[in-house]
Design a protein. Structure first.
Lengths: 228, 228
DNA sequence: CGTGCCGCTTGATCCTGATCAAGCCGGGAA
DNA sequence: TTCCCGGCTTGATCAGGATCAAGCGGCACG
């Protein structure tokens, strides 16, 4: 079990806490709780009243929505070190806009929104980083909406693969898919069958080499080029 | 031409300026410029460096993206009293994420981002309203992504119509479509043909009565109910 | 008063990706 | 070892909506 010092070092690495003074940190501490979760466990449902936001310490979570017919769209899959639901904090009637479910066993830190909000008041720097982060989120949403409406599924898969390659990489690279293929499909808003077929096609075309969960990209530029 | 006093009253009605002190307002004034625009006029392109954000005073604007094949998706259509591009302000390398083009002749106010940003530093209240607004935007994006991926085009049209009816209205209501049908189609990510067919179908089913740009809804609850 | 243009509608056809169905394979339990 | 079971693949079919094409009516302009 990590002690307070470990926890603090973890928090310091996160944008929501990096700019806090020791005082502010101490004031916040009593309003945070670690909580273990299991794979498959529901953490909260869409529409639940939100009193906390969360930081994933171990494991991973899926945030998703469900249509009337029961199909689910994964919005994000935050993993260790990432936070979620922090933007809900500022709503008048704060309700979670998604379902949250454990993906692998793990542990998260729940921070009471009210406490954090009080603290924001004292630190403009923190305000600024929070706003910058929200902006980034908004930007990512524009991009996602564009790619969902303006592009076909092949494009979305290609785009997803290219986002997986580390910045600055060139030429050949091998990478591992970060989750089950059916989850990736749900994120890209396609069926598992379609994802499978597209990956197969890319394989045939020599753009990727696929073995289980490892994808080798012989020529990143070629893959990039095949986007249009 | 409106004078400074009129302009100030206009600004006061907007969330980005409502919480400002007179001092802050005065400091900001030299960094704002009114600018007329014509229907069809390009205001900025996606990728342009952003030094300002905008408040529409008269007329309307369309914010959109274009796919490789040239089809466009309208993201928003801000009109008088609404602002746009304000969230770009917080990005490290601030570039507009959309194209902006005049829809009807009008006039807008450009506010230099740097000046506003400096001013935010002094007012936590303003920070808070800005953050609340961003949150709302994020929330709207989740909703849009859901409706684009989890629902079919008929649902999206129904949903659009229902958003047009004023809150609290019940029973029968008549309303006017706020823009050309082809623009509405571009916003809903369908073709004009499809929109036309869906409206026709709703007409046949007695859920709406359509004459040119006026839509009469005999029973709002019935329309609501036909969502699922 | 034609003429052409534009926005909208309507019909016919096509294509992408979903759905349905079957089989494969690897891992865990009896 | 055998038997499931769940995740993935592969094939066949289906359907929602895009595309292509034609026609209509209003309106601006010569």
């Amino acid at each position: 079990m990590p002690n307070d010092r470990d926890l603090m070092l973890e928090l310091r690495r996160h944008y929501l806490f990096a700019a806090l003074s020791q005082q502010q940190y101490d004031a916040l501490a009593p309003h945070t709780h670690t909580r273990a979760f299991a794979a498959g466990q529901m953490l909260f449902a869409q529409g639940d009243i939100a009193q906390s936001f969360f930081l994933v310490r171990r494991g991973s979570i899926k945030l998703y929505r469900i249509s009337a017919e029961g199909q689910e769209k994964i919005m994000r899959m935050p993993r260790a070190g990432q936070s979620f639901a922090e933007s809900v904090m500022f709503m008048k009637e704060p309700r979670y806009p998604v379902y949250a479910q454990g993906l692998e066993d793990g542990e998260l830190l729940a921070i009471e929104s009210a406490a954090y909000l009080d603290m924001l008041r004292e630190s403009f720097d923190t305000c600024r980083t929070v706003m910058a982060q929200m902006t980034q989120r908004i930007q990512a949403h524009w991009d996602e909406i564009e790619s969902l409406t303006l592009q076909n599924s092949r494009y979305r898969v290609l785009h997803y693969l290219l986002k997986l390659v580390p910045a600055g990489a060139a030429g050949t690279i091998a990478l591992k898919l970060p989750s089950r293929k059916s989850l990736i499909a749900a994120q890209l808003a396609v069926t598992p069958e379609t994802l499978s077929r597209i990956l197969h096609a890319l394989n045939q075309e020599g753009l990727i080499e696929l073995h289980d969960y490892t994808v080798r990209i012989p020529d990143i530029d070629a893959l990039q080029g095949s986007l249009h």
